[in-house]
Ligand binder design. Structure first.
Ligand code: GLA
Length: 451
């Protein structure tokens, strides 16, 4: 008997030694972080939603995306540092399922648990990825890919062409020139059309080469429109139209948009979903019309744009019916798309790409450290409910396939500092990671919609 025990011990030690140092298997985060006996019923939701002490990372809390399974994807944007806790110093994935009080780790858990679409807020922007000629930094993008794999989430690549967070050297004849773009313009030292086109194309080729197998949806262009047409230098210093201009002589200086889409298609392949993304599309009729006209014109020219992203940085007083009519207008581009690209019929879509809800309205718009009441949080929950219910009507019609929240929680939201320093409360999760009525409002919209 003794001998059997010592043999067994020796065997166990050998297994232990072999196991030591070998990379550990990662858990399936979606199942490991959430109680699998939950039923996602209205009763269950109502019994939980009165409890304001539940944390976003709690095992017994239902996963938000589950309410939407079979309807649409539910996404979140985050900073790369918000998923760092799931990697060791060597950049290898580690198991973070154990209970912890660490706020950062619990944010990472919340991301892994509740969402099935991920976006990096900043680290896939072109200034980050291509800071200097022949210099590429895709490390944080690689972490996004690893997180997506570990949690079975789709990925959106955000964003290639923008007028800010874009490398300034792209726009200068000499990439080492330290002058501002305005000075370059005055000195006649801006990049030429050919230079800018070549730099953009080279970058897109490198980006797609690196990510095309893992990131299948891209905001190729972001905010290229002003209220009525293509953005100009006078609109936040966008030099795209100024430098590339009207290449085909059709009277519009938006050819850089076409160049970007064509390059992304050529390098990324036919299976990429290539989108154009913008703000104010939920209310500004002139901009909606400008977007419609530009996309229609490009589709008819053979540029395959697969959809329009509505950023959706809205406020508590958002007019949901107005918003509905704007989506209807843009969704009607699908007829043009189907006509121009019959082999991809039905592929045109709208995505809600950067949803958050500014809480400052009227009198409180200057309150810098306002303390939000539960009643105000309930109002926000009702507004999120109303909004998501409207989106789900479009999901049924095959128009919307994804809703992405722009931030993990109230503390991690750009609205705390923009347009000025004031503590906002835009998201589904409170600063201490407790779940707000907004979370339950979103979930309830999906339950009620299925009835
Ligand atoms: C815009 C951009 C995003 C992000 C937000 C602010 O909406 O599209 O990439 O920069 O502003 O966080």
């Amino acid at each position: 008997m003794k001998r059997i025990i010592s043999l067994a011990l020796a065997f166990a030690m050998i297994i232990g030694l072999v196991g030591c140092g070998a990379p550990k298997e990662l858990p399936d985060y979606k199942t490991a972080l959430t109680d699998q006996s939950l039923d996602y019923s209205l009763d269950e939701l109502e019994s939980m939603s009165w409890d304001r002490s539940l944390l976003i990372s709690d095992y017994e809390v239902p996963a938000l995306y589950k309410y939407f399974e079979g309807l649409c994807d539910i996404g979140v944007a985050f900073g790369a540092n918000q998923i760092y806790p799931m990697f060791n110093e060597k950049g290898e994935g580690i198991d973070i399922t154990a209970e912890t009080d660490d706020l950062n780790t619990n944010i990472t858990k919340g991301i892994l648990k509740h969402y099935n679409m991920y976006v990096l807020g900043n680290e896939l922007k072109s200034d980050h990825c291509n800071p200097a000629p022949d210099t590429y930094d895709f490390d944080d993008g690689d972490k996004l890919v690893a997180a997506g794999k570990a949690a079975g989430a789709k990925l959106r690549g955000h964003t290639i062409v923008w007028h800010t967070q874009v490398p300034q050297w792209w726009f200068k004849a000499d990439p080492n020139d330290q002058s501002t773009l305005d000075q370059c313009k005055a000195n006649g030292t801006l990049a030429t059309r050919e230079q800018l086109t070549e730099r953009l194309t080279t970058y897109i080729n490198a980006l797609m080469e690196h990510f095309k197998d893992d990131i299948k949806i891209w905001d190729v262009c972001n905010e290229v429109l002003n209220a009525t047409g293509i953005r100009q230098v006078s609109d936040d210093n966008s030099y795209w139209a100024e430098i590339i201009g009207d290449v085909d002589g059709n009277g519009y200086s938006d050819d850089y948009v076409e160049i970007a889409f064509n390059a992304a298609r050529a390098a990324g392949g036919e299976d990429q979903v290539l989108m154009i993304n913008d703000f104010n599309l939920e209310w500004q009729d002139t901009k909606v019309q400008a977007m419609y006209d530009m996309v229609e014109r490009m589709l008819r020219k053979g540029v395959r744009i697969d959809g329009v992203g509505f950023q959706s940085h809205i406020s508590l007083d958002c007019n949901v019916e107005k918003y509905r009519s704007c989506i209807e207008k843009i969704a009607s581009l699908s007829e043009v798309y189907d006509e121009c690209f019959p082999e991809y019929k039905g592929n045109f879509r709208v995505e809600i790409t950067e949803l958050d809800m500014n809480m400052f309205i009227g009198a409180n718009s200057d309150g810098s450290y306002y303390k939000w009441s539960e009643e105000e949080f309930n109002q926000q929950g009702d507004k999120y409910y109303e909004l998501i219910s409207m989106f789900l009507d479009f999901v049924d019609e095959g128009v919307i396939d994804a809703i992405v929240f722009w931030g993990t929680d109230d503390e991690n939201s750009w609205l705390n500092t923009t347009p000025k320093l004031r503590r906002n409360a835009a998201m589904l999760v409170d600063r201490d990671l407790t779940i707000k009525p907004a979370f339950w409002g979103v979930a309830k919209a999906a339950i009620d919609h299925r009835k």
